[in-house]
Design a protein around this ligand. Structure first.
Ligand SMILES: Nc1ncnc2c1ncn2[C@@H]1O[C@H](COP(=O)(O)OP(=O)(O)OP(=O)(O)O)[C@@H](O)[C@H]1O
Ligand SMILES: [Mg+2]
Length: 256
């Protein structure tokens, strides 16, 4: 069974903006997939439909075989527990420490009360520290997040999502605000998590070269339609041109 499946999904915002047109694809467990395409092509909309931050207008979206389209509040919470989300701007609580932000990854697993009181078990704390260590942040553990560099913040947000024990991580432009060195660290970490923890990763990326270097598979979107779905090896210059409708796709940053 695929971990994510889109069947003929359409999304129209405000009755006027067609963001996705007849989008169908599936992602298998353990895959590392990048979605590329020009600004406004629908990349974020795809990711957001999976965890119901956005409601598709029609079509089917399955997560582990479960149709999320009809999920009620409770079910959506269950689905979100299993899906980590990484954003361009990290979405951390800046005034809290690294360790506190990472522990927040457990909130979806807790009762509201123990979450509100900030109650975490010793086991959870140990787990948080071991993840922080794995991501090379142990010296930052008690620092406030507003004291960290962008690359460190993104590692905290990855740590927080691993703390959730997700089966899928969605990354919306995870390296868009980072320099090439920090980007390489983030991409290597995501790759490592994918391989060692068997967590499926779906990323939206603007950097075609990065997508090609790291992904097993690339989905190219143009104006809400899939125009490429295959391995990086067969993504030719012509196809990149088709996706971007220009040479924009060649404007690529070098990472590593
Ligand atoms: N909340 C919203 N309300 C109305 N229109 C929206 C909304 N979110 C996205 N859109 C529109 O839907 C289309 C797809 O947007 P989306 O954000 O999915 O693109 P994207 O590929 O992620 O772009 P970018 O690379 O700039 O992040 C765009 O035309 C956008 O203006
Ligand atoms: Mg986007």
């Amino acid at each position: 069974m695929s971990i994510v499946e889109f069947r003929n999904v359409n999304k129209i915002y405000n009755k006027t903006t067609k963001a996705l047109t007849d989008v169908s694809f599936s992602v298998e467990k353990g895959e590392f997939v990048s979605i590329i395409g020009p600004s406004g092509s629908g990349k974020s909309t795809i990711l957001r439909c999976i965890n119901r931050l956005v409601d598709a207008t029609n079509g089917k979206i399955l997560f582990n075989g479960y149709d999320v389209s009809y999920a009620g509040k409770r079910e959506i919470r269950q689905v979100r527990k299993k899906i980590g989300m990484i954003f361009q701007h990290y979405n951390l609580v800046e005034r809290l420490s690294v360790i506190e932000n990472v522990l927040h990854g457990r909130l979806g697993h807790k009762s509201t009360i123990s979450g509100m009181l900030g109650y975490y078990s010793e086991q959870e704390k140990e787990k948080a520290f071991s993840i922080i260590e794995k991501l090379g942040l142990i010296e930052q553990a008690y620092k406030r997040c507003d004291e960290l560099s962008g690359g460190q913040k993104q590692r905290v947000s990855i740590a927080r999502s691993i703390m959730q024990e997700p089966s899928l991580i969605l990354c919306d432009e995870p390296i868009a605000s980072l320099d090439p060195n920090a980007s390489k660290i983030i991409m290597d970490q995501l790759n490592n998590i994918n391989k060692t923890m068997n967590i499926t990763c779906i990323l939206n990326l603007h950097q075609v070269d990065v997508a090609m270097r790291y992904s097993q598979r690339i989905i190219g979107l143009t104006s809400g339609k899939i125009v490429y779905d295959g391995p990086p090896e067969t993504l030719t210059k012509e196809k990149i041109y088709d996706i971007y409708q220009s040479n924009e796709g060649e404007l690529i940053t070098d990472v590593g």
